[in-house]
Ligand binder design. Structure first.
Ligand SMILES: [Zn+2]
Length: 152
């Protein structure tokens, strides 16, 4: 009788340990994913490039608490907006040094923003080029696909 009870406990414990191992695996995967995401976010905030809407020139800004938005800019006023980075070229290839782009929506313009260098669509948190990722549409391409519901 006691022997059987022991066996039962053992098998239950076995199942319990198995579940814990699976759970730990899930937690570990979650933590490592989170670690990647947070390190990406902090790398992003470490080099904050802003654009002075008055001059159109990018500049680096260290964000401080209580800083006004738009942020203080080199031209003297508070006309600094966060810059989006565009890593594309006119012929749909990628480049290493990004073009810093001021989004129209930051300055109250409703129309989409196109990169002054390559003429391609730039959006908030503009995705960096990746293996298999297509170049964003140019202004012409964007206007052509807009009606067909093929918006990205
Ligand atoms: Zn560009």
């Amino acid at each position: 009788m006691i022997e059987k009870l022991r066996e039962l406990l053992r098998s239950k414990a076995g199942i319990g340990i198995g579940a814990v191992v699976v759970l730990l695996g899930v937690i570990a995967a979650y933590m490592s994913l989170r670690g990647v995401m947070t390190s990406e976010a902090s790398a992003l905030s470490a080099d904050r490039v802003f654009i002075d809407a008055k001059t159109g020139k990018p500049y680096e800004l260290e964000l401080k608490e209580g800083m006004p938005m738009p942020a203080p800019a080199p031209s003297g006023g508070n006309t600094g907006y966060p810059a989006e980075k565009c890593y594309w070229t006119k012929d749909g290839k990628t480049k290493k040094d990004p073009t810093y782009v001021l989004l129209n929506r930051y300055i109250g313009k409703p129309e989409p923003t196109f990169c002054p260098d390559c003429g391609r669509l730039v959006v908030g948190h503009n995705p960096a080029p990746e293996e298999g990722r297509q170049a964003p549409p140019t202004e012409d391409e964007y206007k052509k696909t807009r009606g067909s519901g093929n918006r990205r």
